[in-house]
Structures are given as structure tokens and as C-alpha cells.
Unconditional design. Structure first.
Length: 379
């Protein structure tokens, strides 16, 4: 059995032809299910973004034919097979693992390197779970990639490579509040950026996260976060996520250690009267961080309260490092990727040794993520 990955991206396909590879939701599901039916294919996860289409496969190399996938892409794009061969890239086993770790890492290793958010990575895995095209092997790989990405923000050794807004925001919040097991978060405004940041702060035993209900987007955010917690085997934390109405804002504001305001938020939420009421409600003084990704909050209101620390994402400038420091960070990061790859491959080999020729695989049975799949393995 072997791990394979086939992909196309904006570097390998001309700008005139890249649209031919695009997938809407219907085509996305069709590709997952069609490829899953190919001879020798046991598992498929499809990673689709603005930058790339990548097909992650777990196959029986004795019966899987590489040409099947290439011909399938040729038919879909209506391009000659010869062009498909030139435009696709492929990786095997260890290189598949390293590639996905790099793609999901949010680390700027070079100007040419493009990474994807953890939202994109776990979305790909969720879709394959819904379509029942994934099993233990690729589930473990994608889960490990997400965990690896989440672990990097606090790595001092690679700070020169962590210059993206998400990394800067997460690091700044953690440094400011000195996060504890009982930190409470209030989220106002929902978008992809805020959703990514939220995932770095779930998991502490006595913490909580309250999301102000702003309609359909807020509900989707909460549902997605709950699915993600099931996916990453943190279901016990679901009870700590609360979707709240504006009538509960005062109580949650008084309880919160951190208030995060999304970049798409158009309303100014804070007034002196609101904070005066909050202080009356709270039994004792408490330091709070308000981290603002929008441009609509009245900073002068917040500056009048000594215990409120206001920060905006623009307060986090890109830090400058010497070439030597950057190279040291790249070396350290490469070592981290190699170590994670080695650990996964050991697990991969062990899983294959333990799997029988044919198994009934009960895979992910929490909440609304549950299915049974028959898989043939030839070991």
C-alpha cells in the first residue's frame, strides 16, 4: 500500500487554462466519489483552493493505475493527456507527508511558497468524511497536519518565519494575556480569518468561547467549530462553546478575558456606559484584552479604562530579522517537518501491519460524523 498525491497549481498551469481545473461543489463531490471507485484506491481526500487542486490517495500499488487519474483529469478539463502529464506534479509516501505539512504550516519559507489555512485543510477532511472516501490512513495524516500547524505559533525558534496575520495575532494574544486553563473568549463578527484564530484557543479544560449571534454566518461558525472539535477528538470541549444573543453581551463581556472583533464587523460595539455597567456587574476588577481586526471600534472609549488593553492587528508590524536568523529558523523548521514525517511514517507502517486483508472500519462516530466503510487492503 502506498500514499500518493497528484496536483496542479498556478505555477504548473497557464493562467489561460487554470479555470479548466476549477471545481464547484457538485464537481468536487463527483471527483471524490469517482476516484474512490478506481481500482486499487482505498482512500481519497481532495484539497481544493484558489492556489491548487491536490488529490491525496491511499492505494494498493499492485492494482492502481496512475493513468486512470490522468485520463480522468484529461476528460474533465477537455485537455490532451500529454498536457495533463506536463501540468500535474506527484509525490509518494514520505514526500506526500512533507508536502502536506508544508502546505498547512502557515510558515513563510520562501516568496514562492504558498500555504493554506487550517480551515482549508480540515474542510477537505470533513468533505471526505461526509462522502465516505476516507479511512484511518489519510484521516491520521490530515489530523496530524492540522495539529502540527497549530503547534507552530509558539515556537520561538521559527519566529522569523511566522509573519502572517494569523500567526502574529495568535502570538500577540497569548503573550498579552498569559493564557491559563480558565481563559474566556468573546467573539464578535465571523469570517474565515477569525475562525482560524479561534481554533488556536480551544481545548483548555476550564476555558470557554462565546460567539455573538450575528445571523447565519455565526451559526455556521459555531457548527463548524463543533465539527472541527469532533474531528480532532476534542468533543468534550463542545460544551464550552456558546452561541449568544446581544441580550447576553453584557454578562459575557464581564466574564471574558479576551474579546476578538472580526475584520468584517461594521458596527462599533463599545460605549463608556457599557463598560461602566460591566464593572458594576463584575465582582472584582479584571484585566481584559480587546483584539480588534476591524476598523470600526472607537479606541478612545477603551483607552479610558485602565484594565482594558486594546490592540489592533496593525499594531503588530512585520518584524525584521537578519539573514542568519532566517536561515537558522528555516533549518529548524525543516528539522521539525522531518521529525513529524518520520513519526507519521512509523505510524503508517504500524497501521498497515495491524490491518487485516479486509476489515469493517468504524471510523469517527461522534455527533454527525459517523460512517462505516469496507476497505480492501493488500499488505
Amino acid at each position: 500500500m502506498k500514499l500518493l498525491m497528484y496536483g496542479v497549481n498556478r505555477e504548473t498551469v497557464s493562467s489561460e487554462d487554470i479555470h479548466k481545473y476549477s471545481l464547484n461543489q457538485t464537481a468536487y463531490r463527483m471527483h471524490l466519489n469517482d476516484i474512490y471507485q478506481f481500482d486499487g484506491v482505498s482512500e481519497v481526500v481532495l484539497l481544493v483552493t484558489e492556489n491548487r487542486n491536490e488529490y491525496y490517495l491511499y492505494v494498493d500499488e499492485a492494482s492502481f493505475k496512475h493513468g486512470d487519474l490522468l485520463r480522468y483529469l484529461s476528460d474533465y478539463t477537455e485537455k490532451p493527456l500529454e498536457e495533463i502529464i506536463l501540468e500535474t506534479y506527484s509525490k509518494f509516501n514520505d514526500d506526500v507527508v512533507k508536502h502536506l505539512l508544508n502546505v498547512s504550516s502557515y510558515v513563510e519559507v520562501s516568496e514562492a511558497h504558498t500555504f493554506e489555512s487550517i480551515d482549508i485543510i480540515d474542510h477537505a477532511l470533513m468533505k471526505s468524511i461526509e462522502e465516505k472516501t476516507v479511512g484511518t490512513i489519510l484521516y491520521t495524516l490530515f489530523k496530524k497536519s492540522v495539529e502540527f500547524s497549530l503547534s507552530l505559533c509558539e515556537k520561538e525558534e521559527i519566529k522569523p518565519l511566522l509573519q502572517g496575520d494569523v500567526s502574529k495575532a495568535v502570538r500577540s494574544i497569548k503573550e498579552t494575556i498569559k493564557e491559563t486553563d480558565s481563559s474566556h473568549y468573546l467573539i464578535i463578527g465571523n469570517d474565515k480569518f477569525t475562525n482560524q484564530v479561534m481554533k488556536y484557543f480551544v481545548g483548555s479544560q476550564y476555558s470557554s468561547m462565546a460567539v455573538v449571534n450575528r445571523g447565519h454566518d455565526s451559526q455556521n461558525t459555531v457548527n463548524e467549530l463543533r465539527r472541527w472539535l469532533r474531528l480532532t477528538k476534542q468533543s468534550s470541549w463542545i460544551k464550552n462553546i456558546h452561541e449568544i444573543s446581544s441580550s447576553q453581551l453584557l454578562y459575557r463581556l464581564a466574564k471574558s478575558d479576551v474579546v476578538i472583533i472580526g475584520p468584517d464587523e461594521k458596527n462599533s460595539w463599545f460605549t463608556e456606559e457599557l463598560f461602566d455597567e460591566m464593572r458594576c456587574l463584575r465582582p472584582s476588577p479584571k484585566k481584559q484584552l480587546v483584539y480588534d481586526f476591524s476598523l470600526t471600534q472607537d479606541e478612545t472609549v477603551l483607552q479610558k479604562f485602565d484594565l482594558i488593553h486594546y490592540k489592533h492587528i496593525s499594531d503588530e508590524p512585520k518584524r525584521l530579522y537578519t539573514d542568519e536568523k532566517i536561515e537558522e529558523a528555516k533549518t529548524t523548521y525543516d528539522e521539525m517537518v522531518s521529525l513529524q514525517t518520520e513519526q507519521y511514517i512509523k505510524q503508517f507502517n504500524k497501521l498497515q501491519e495491524c490491518l487485516p486483508i479486509r476489515i469493517e472500519n468504524e471510523f469517527v462516530s461522534e455527533g454527525n460524523i459517523s460512517f462505516t466503510k469496507k476497505i480492501s487492503y493488500k499488505v
